[in-house]
Design a protein around this ligand. Sequence first.
Ligand SMILES: [Zn+2]
Length: 70
Amino acid sequence: MPKRNLRIVKRVRNVPVLGVCEYCNAQFSGDPDMGNAQSAIQEQFNAHKCKRLDASQNAVRIVRESIEDH
Ligand SMILES: [Zn+2]
């Protein structure tokens, strides 16, 4: 298994609502009104399979897509 870390990138009222896998940049979202957003994000993270993409190239692609969206 690749070494991977979950990073919380967005919080609402101190509740994590968006996390990303630092290895493959997969995103996991939780609903802050559900009360268990953090564990929901953690469960999605634990269940996902990392795609074998170069992490730096993937990050560049995501940045470009977000720029084009706005
Ligand atoms: Zn991953």
